[in-house]
Ligand binder design. Sequence first.
Ligand code: ADP
Ligand code: GLC
Length: 471
Amino acid sequence: MKVLFVAAEVQPFAKTGGLADVAGTLPVALARRGLDVRIFMPKYRTVSQTVKEFATVAEGLSAPVGHEQLGGALRSTNLNGVPVYFLEHNGFFDRDGLYGHYDDLWRYTYFCRMALAFYRAIGWRPDVIHCNDWHTGLIPLYLKRDPNLADIASIYTIHNLAYPGSFEGSDLYVTGVEPDEPLYQSLKRSGSVCLSQAGITCADLVTTVSERYAQEIQTPEFGAGFDALLSRRRNDLYGVLNGIDYEQWNPRTDATLAANYSADDLSGKQVCKRALQRDNGLPECDLPVIAVVSRLAAQKGFDLIEAAAEQLFKLKLQFVLLGTGEERYHRLFRRLARRFPDATGISLGYSAAQAHRLYAGADMFLMPSRYEPCGLGQMISMAYGTIPIVRSTGGLADTVRESGPEPNGFVFRPYAPAAMIAAIRRALQAYADKRTWNRLVANAFASDFGWGRSAARYEELYELAMHKRRC
Ligand code: ADP
Ligand code: GLC
């Protein structure tokens, strides 16, 4: 089975969040199952900084965008056995940052057009194209309207509905879709052009990254205005939980840590904790350390931390945060750092190495998300024996259990500061009792979030999409 995996960010080449983790690891897991998977992504500036040597696959490619025919080239490299093709167009992609540019509609229309054109240059035709989030939303639409592509099936995976990829209606011409053609309806959304809507409407199958989120997005509360459309497509909508790569997230071998450790010998974790406290100028004592590693966005529930700050810092704990994003949260955490200097270690930036040290050195990992399609932080923290405290939503609800025979974390339900504080108090109480805590840590280590089951599920869904396409 030949699968083209198209994503706007893929680690280690370009990353803003979990989409990159998934796009950099799921294709590898699928390849290990014997599928012929290849990745297609833009050649951003960070790609050129990451890859030492590219192979040139094709030059002189071109695709229509608006009224123009734009050229481009294809470079490639290899990611753990998976070929990665980079679309090169320096005007569009050789910039700082990945998205949020004034011409994103042009850039990602071009990207989608090229996804359907480049493979001819390499003499390899996919059976399925796996699309991810709005940047790829035009691909299922183009597949649907071109009879020459009728044999290629598509799957559209929603990683985050709150980023719809909406643009001015007057820029419709960029996509090449005409207002009088039927497929225009799939793109049109109250005066705008909406790329994720096109993906959700036109793909053979739609998936999202946890079962809970697949249910939630069919409701007005979580549907971001797409709930009616998603309910209509419910027979083609599947929740497949993300996995993490245990080679990358492994305290036994992690070279970024002050010391290595495992479930059987936790002494190194204590060394990591002391190093984390030292790096953050915190007293090197036995108070529990609660960590956050996150994009700083409204989704992640930081207004609960803001509202609960006075209560939170009355508790006996240390708080360490690594994150970057919206300015208002930068301001919030700078303020908290000034107000509670002995209890906080705040780093406003992005650092993969530092993230590893937080996951390992902390005792607890806080994710009070307002909504969370899947969430990787809670799974990564468990791989490091660090206990998650999460709000019960989306993938957090599907991966963290406070009750039952094998609890692996703490869960609160109402989106309310008091509920979060109560969950943190329960965690502190458990921490104070060595036996309870050790059992939690053992359960967290034993929780398996590898790609195995989910990669098998995607393979089934690819088959199903191909079958649907044929019928
Ligand atoms: P989202 O995709 O919504 O941002 P996830 O939990 O799915 O949330 O994935 C976040 C990923 O990004 C994790 O791998 C996390 O470690 C990483 N990450 C987030 N913020 C930072 C940061 N400031 N520095 C390093 N890694 C980060
Ligand atoms: C999104 C979601 C996150 C998910 C990630 C990967 O960014 O916010 O919950 O884990 O995509 O699917």
